[in-house]
Design a protein around this ligand. Sequence first.
Ligand code: KG4
Ligand code: ZN
Length: 337
Amino acid sequence: MKILSIETSCDETSVAIVEDGRKILTNRIYSQIDIHQKYGGVVPEIASRNHVTKLPYIIDEALAESHLSLAEMDAIAVTNGPGLVGALLIGLSTAKAMAYSLGKPLIGVHHIEGHIAANFLQYPELEPPFLTLVVSGGHSHLVLVEDYQTFKVLGRTIDDAAGEAFDKISRVLGLGYPGGPAIDAAAKNGNPEAIPFPRVMLDKTQYDFSFSGLKSAVLNYLNGKKMKNEAVNPDDVAASFQLAVIEVLVSKTIACANSIGMKTICMAGGVSCNSLLRKMMGQAATEAGMTLYYPDPILCTDNAAMIGSMAYYNYINGEESDLSLNGIPGLKIGTRQ
Ligand code: KG4
Ligand code: ZN
């Protein structure tokens, strides 16, 4: 089954064709990062306008690269939430028009479930159940994937997402946008033990995260230095901040997996590109006798192939959408409408 999938929930315009949920035939991604960089973050209206102008060309590119025609597609899939509503609606109206005019099924996909499914594209042997740490610009969740359609959120951020914290701290350090890769790079030159930023663990038996206290601690540190006219080493701040975030993510994930007796862990979302997270989660999983999976960076950040993978599992489990499918900015994991 070949599914053409569209992802426009934030600032990447992406179109993929995925076969049977596991094989990428093409995965075209047009990133708007350069456009939003000068504003220090994604400007929703600008993102929507660029989706409008770029999407038709990206669809053509995907078909040309895979040497396939629209008639050969078995279904059209699209992210319908969560995300920026204007941005979501561009992908949705395009997907609906295509599905209707071609007489093919339309499949709505939850963006976070798509991030999780990115692992299916890379690891043919991977099957539920497993625990996933989903860490992106908008989300930090610990999700138990019981089967392809059953997701249980065991922990979530109570304030900022991990990626949001990376982006904010990068901005105040003047390292640019997006902050994750910038902090990751700067941290390689810094001392992670230089500044003892807090590790916010909340209740040890709960698997929720909180990053706003850490963010404030970094801002207070920088303000204190400024008031005393003392120099700041941005690489040390980046390294110390990064270690504080990653230690919490790793220890909560391993504790959560232990609490449910789960030996398979996946990571997903943009922050799972982080080199320290990959290293420390890898070490912790090995020590705990767990198997860890995470996709290549290109499948961790937003892309349509992950949407095509999840769409396949929605479809074979009887989850076809109709033309009333709407863009839902706060769509809850495990739901469609
Ligand atoms: O999954 P994603 O592309 O978009 C959302 O669904 O939000 O994630 C983007 C986020 C941004 O906050 C970016 O700073 C972060 O992922 N990110 C990273 C790294 N690469 C991207 N965070 C930490 N380290 C990285 N290497
Ligand atoms: Zn995402």
